[in-house]
Design a protein around this ligand. Structure first.
Ligand code: BGC
Ligand code: NOJ
Length: 844
């Protein structure tokens, strides 16, 4: 355990917690100091079309636009050992075989470091005085991954060693690739020209794209056939070519094509050699696919791509351009609070994660295989909330893509494929919450940009341009989809599920293999497929939270009568909630298909749920009767733990056929009383909204990654990004034993948690939020704070904000001075003058 030196030990409550690295805020990097992280700690490369996942030991894969349909390199999910498949460099230094990233050979390194930065990763390994530093990134506007290897002989004697690269091609459709072996073992094709290996599987017939792997130097050999390189009975950890110290010049013909370069390298003491590898993706117009012989790949575009990054100077410039891109994006909102962890979350990592989730939705991570799900309607709309200030143009485009998959009656396809942008018919629609998220994303976009024009944009229904209507119409059908589908208590029908995919009130499934997400019990066929009794209180409160945005939009457009009508529906819904969904100390979760309460004191299990509470508080429901305070107290008592708020309590310990998937999970996991960090944010927002700044910050710091860093050995997933779920306090309850995984993170990276916690900390706690009429400042911070400063670019002007908190309160703005002049209220005007304005806010 030579890495033990690098671990920083903490003694807390008598327990020794371990860290596996540290934040380097100045460089916007997380520096990992041990390859043996408690789980692979990954990063994403790519910002537009070409994406790569890369772990701290160089595992992962690449794809173009769509992780399923355009998979470029192969990965083995859920493997033993974990994290198998990646871009691997092998060094055979006189019999000592090692990788700069430690894995897959796992020879102990003399030094190891992985720096995950904004869109790049630098992995450095050192063994026997040979140092290998590898920089991985996807340049801007480029369909390829650049890998620069810098080899340095730090010893006092000359060194000669064999150097190998390795990538394994995926045969494009990642789903087919890992199932359809009778066909695809016979399809693999390559071409090798100089130092470039072309992956042209299926190119001859129906594809117009190929991939290549190249290096900017002469090579001494190559392999393109996996079995020749690795050996049928060897593994990634001991490829036979690497052991032999030279490649076979193998030519793949079917089976598993790979790309591996081989080079014999001699370095004098102190000498450095730099090699630049590129993994590229090329699409060709069909009539230009081949050279005159009709067989050989037309390489014009590939050669242009190679030319772009074939020297260390060009690589340095590309990396610089990428860093500038990120500095620009992260410069839009920058805060300086008394808490470093908050600063690094807000200024760097949370914003970064928002961009990644925006790009990838829920498709490809170390928990999402990239072959199952495309973009989610509700997911992508929520992603916009955390990301819109960074690149509003892309948010606009995304919102239009999403809205285009809506049906004319306001229902929505639940998912769509990024490549085709078409709704996914296999999953279908009828998730009761989906339409409301569109109202929130469009409002967030307008608030950020002031671009009311988006409402006039003609947006198709069901991707059919002949039935396109202005975006405003999409908001209307979204709003009325809820209003027109109410149950016996005047609350929205739950349908297939609401935000919680696992509360399936029309499912009643007792047969293995039925999908809780798509199966509805035939007994509801006569009622149109769904129970006309099961109602979702969560959707009711989401409606009262999102709805006022629709009303504000209508008012702005001068459509007062429509605005009044919509407001009346909101008021009615609030009354219905108070009438039928207030349980005395918190709000109910639902009425099930038997008309029974779910999430009530009267229930045996699952007496209180998190989801409806935050939106109810933020909609002021029952506020005059103290419902907000009571609810916050109940949450603190029943749901809070040191690792965050559990989703429900107590956990279900048996299967409730009337509830569906939620009660299939062991207690403490996932939707059954796991800590769902996504809706923790709704409570953080609500507590801040209600003026309970200390309570809001407490919940924030229980789950924010930078705060979990010290307990990485328990938390396991990356300390720089949120995961979807953390094991809850009820882990093990269903088997009557204490669970082992309370506090353990899962499903990191691709989760709505990123956007919502960004909203929670920046808009609700720090209180800087874009509003229809300007930039609103309304902090709800820990009373202990003296204040904070922030810079925010907004609609073409920069706001230099200083907040002071002389009376040490949680919430309340006493005065706002802009450029030396006091203003009324706390909404800063949209100056749009390209200038910087100083803003002084005094709380009190
Ligand atoms: C998971 C959910 C997920 C859903 C849809 C369920 O099994 O628990 O978290 O959203 O599947 O893929
Ligand atoms: C994950 C899904 O991506 C999200 O849409 C859903 O709301 C949560 N699971 C809760 O079930």
């Amino acid at each position: 355990m030579r890495y033990l030196k690098a671990y920083i030990k903490h003694w807390k409550e008598g327990i020794c917690y371990m860290k596996f690295g540290y934040f380097d805020d100045a460089n916007k990097e997380y520096v990992i100091t041990s390859p043996r992280t408690p789980y692979p700690w990954i990063n994403y490369l790519g910002t537009q079309d070409f994406f790569s996942l890369i772990s701290n030991t160089a595992g992962g894969y690449s794809f173009y636009k769509d992780a399923r349909l355009r998979r470029i390199t192969r990965y083995r999910y859920n493997n033993v050992p974990i994290d198998m498949g990646g871009r691997y460099f092998y060094i055979n230094d006189n019999g000592t075989i090692w990788n700069p990233g430690w894995s897959p050979v796992k020879t102990e390194l003399d030094e190891y470091q992985c720096r995950h930065g904004m869109g790049y990763t630098i992995i450095t390994g050192k063994k026997n005085n040979l140092k290998a530093e590898v920089t991985f990134f996807v340049p801007q506007n480029y369909a390829g991954e650049v890998q620069q290897v810098v080899l340095t002989n730090e010893g006092s004697e000359e060194k000669t060693f064999s150097f190998f690269s390795f990538e394994e091609w995926c045969l494009w459709d990642a789903q087919d690739d890992c199932t359809n072996f009778q066909r695809n073992f016979s399809t693999g094709r390559v071409e090798v020209v100089g130092s470039t290996i072309y992956h042209k599987t299926e190119y001859r017939d129906r594809r117009d794209h190929f991939a290549f792997y190249t290096v900017n130097d002469e090579i001494d050999g190559y392999d393109t056939d996996r079995d020749s390189f690795i050996g049928l009975y060897n593994g990634f950890h001991n490829p036979q070519a690497v052991e032999a110290g030279k490649s076979n010049d193998s030519f793949a013909d079917g089976w598993s094509p790979i790309a591996s370069h081989y080079k014999k390298i001699t370095l004098a003491p102190g000498e450095t050699k730099t090699l630049v590898f590129i993994l590229g993706y090329v699409e060709m117009p069909v009539d230009q696919k081949f050279e005159a012989d009709g067989k050989t790949i037309n390489k014009v575009k590939a050669l242009e791509m190679i030319e772009k990054y074939n020297t260390p100077e060009k690589v340095a410039a590309g990396l610089e351009e990428l860093k500038e891109h990120w500095n620009r994006l992260l410069g839009i909102l920058n805060v300086n609070t008394p808490d470093d962890k908050v600063n690094r979350m807000v200024n760097i990592w949370n914003q970064y994660q928002c961009m990644v989730t925006f790009n990838l939705s829920r498709s490809a991570s170390y928990f999402e295989s990239g072959i199952g799900r495309g973009m989610g309607f509700r997911d992508s709309n929520q992603d916009v909330l955390g990301f819109v200030h960074q690149i509003p143009d892309r948010a606009r485009e995304r919102i239009i893509d999403i809205a285009s998959t809506q049906f004319p009656d306001g229902g929505c396809y639940h998912q769509y494929q990024p490549l085709t942008k078409k709704g996914n018919a296999d999953i279908g629609g009828d998730f009761s919450d989906d339409p409301l998220w569109l109202i929130l994303s469009v409002s967030a976009y307008i608030k950020e940009t002031g671009d009311w024009g988006i409402l006039d944009e003609m947006v198709p229904y069901d991707n059919d341009m002949s039935i396109a209507k202005p975006m405003l119409d999409h908001l209307k059908v979204s709003f009325y989809k809820i209003v027109n589908n109410l149950g016996p208590h005047g609350l929205p029908l739950a349908m297939r599920a609401d935000w919680n995919d696992c509360i399936n009130l029309s499912c009643f499934s007792d047969t293995p293999g039925e999908s809780f997400q798509t199966y509805t019990n035939p007994k509801f066929a006569a009622e149109g497929g769904y129970s006309k009794v099961a109602e979702s209180v969560m959707v009711a409160t989401l409606f009262t939270y999102a709805g006022p945005n629709y009303v504000a939009i209508l008012k702005h457009l001068g459509m007062d009568a429509e605005a009044d009508a919509a407001q009346a529906e909101i008021d009615k819904m609030k009354a219905n909630i108070m009438e039928s969904a207030w349980d005395g100390d918190w709000f109910l979760r639902a009425y099930d298909a038997n008309g029974e309460k779910m999430g009530s004191k009267e229930c045996e299990e699952g007496q209180i749920f998190i989801e409806p509470q935050g939106f109810a508080i933020m909609s002021d429901i029952g506020k005059d009767q103290g419902c907000d305070k009571k609810t916050l107290a109940a949450i603190d008592e029943r749901l809070n733990t040191q690792h965050g708020l559990v989703l429900n309590n107590p956990a279900f310990t048996k299967y409730y056929i009337q509830y569906g998937e939620i009660s299939t999970y062991p207690g403490g996991y996932k939707e059954n009383a796991g800590i769902f960090t996504h809706n923790n944010a709704w409570i953080i927002c609500a507590a801040a909204y209600a003026g309970a700044g200390d309570q809001a910050f407490k919940y924030y710091s229980e789950i924010a990654p930078a705060f979990t860093e010290e307990t990485s050995d328990i938390h396991k997933t990356e300390p720089y990004v949120y995961g979807q779920m953390i094991g809850g306090k009820d882990a093990g309850s269903d088997i009557g034993k204490p669970g082992n995984h309370f506090g353990q993170g899962k499903n990191s990276w691709l989760t709505g948690t990123a956007a919502w916690n960004m909203v929670a900390i920046s808009q609700y706690i720090l209180g800087i939020s874009a509003d229809f009429d300007g930039l609103k400042i309304d902090p709800s911070i820990p009373a202990a704070w003296d204040g904070m400063t922030a810079t925010r670019q907004f609609r073409g002007a920069t706001y230099d904000i200083k907040v002071s908190n002389p009376d040490h309160i949680n919430k309340g703005v006493k005065s706002v001075v802009v450029d030396g002049n006091a203003i009324e209220g706390n909404v800063l005007p949209a100056f749009g003058d390209g200038k910087t304005h100083s803003v002084e806010v005094v709380m009190g």
